[in-house]
Write a protein that binds this ligand. Sequence first.
Ligand code: PMP
Length: 390
Amino acid sequence: MTGPITLDDLPIRDDLRGRSPYGAPQLDVPVRLNTNENSYPLPDVVVEAIAEAVTAELRELNRYPDRDAVALRADLAGYLGHGLTTAQVWAANGSNEIQQQLLQAFAGPGRVALGFTPAYSMHPLLALGTGTRWVDGRRGPDFDLSADDATGQVVEHQPDLVFLCSPNNPTGTALDPAVVRAVLAAAPGMVVVDEAYAEFARPGTASAVRLLSTHPRLVVTRTMSKAFGFAGGRLGYLAAHPAVVDAVQLVRLPYHLSALTQAAARAALAHRDTLLGTVRVIMQQRDRIVAELRRLGLTVADSDANFVLFGVHGLSGGDGVDAGGDQRAVWQALLERGVLVRDVGLAGWLRVTAGTPQETDAFLDAMTELVAGSNFLPGLRAGASTEGIR
Ligand code: PMP
């Protein structure tokens, strides 16, 4: 064949035809608040410790790494606490890979996965990639998910795997543990609670980790990408019954976690007090964003994460004309002011990551300007529901 070949010319799987890859824009703008990263670079003491740990591995890169990443899993179990053992923890290149392995082991062709939309956009994409049929479950009008509503949908669809996300991305709010317990009681298969943002939850928020000892079909996934500021290091993990760890070992690639990743992650974990020192500061910025946007009259979801979902109804894209709740116009107007936020494809809503105080200043200044230029009447926004979302 001559000439340019496109995807359509290739014998790609029918179910992948016409699909788009996951793609948060990676734009070079001054204030990047679109992928829920930790805005703080690693401090020197941690950089040095990681450099030393990685250097110690270099001469033996001729050998494969520890296939079972035992030392790292022991460290992660120690970090999670709750009496968890190495056998109950599994690690991979980001929690995305963990969730892919779970779908490979427990779902796949002929099987069904259920999630409650809007939630983390990779869950359906991972289902697609593993040939799993995805069922888009519903939430209430204010993105709430009650135990009754969730179990009703579980009973209806009989999924092999259910994704719960707490704190939920993109809404930010943590799930009531009663919902997790109810879904566990109703689900015929595995229940995966994605707790990527657990470290940012407001005081009193319970992790599903404490349910593990009594629920062998429960899996809690976590990541070092957010609170630990280790997104570039790619380290996610799960906690579950040891039999679940046996199951993912059937599908994982041999030596999937490089010696460099394992060494770097262990060094980062050894400095967890330093790294997690940013969590409190980020939570303060998160709370400040919620309070200030509400003060401006916007509808804002409660957040237990390092990001905030806010309604844009009544705002203009900068020309004074109401954007009609079109989040794309507001996204663009913020970008023109040097602030990159996330359009999660939810009509009338945008998501912003809580970063440094300076980044929050830049975002709030831009938002104040947009509200001022919008003839914006707080409380009279069309289409925005205010109940429950506070
Ligand atoms: N779960 C949720 C809810 C997320 O928001 C993300 C990252 N945006 C992930 C999992 C995946 O993170 P990672 O693969 O970096 O661990």
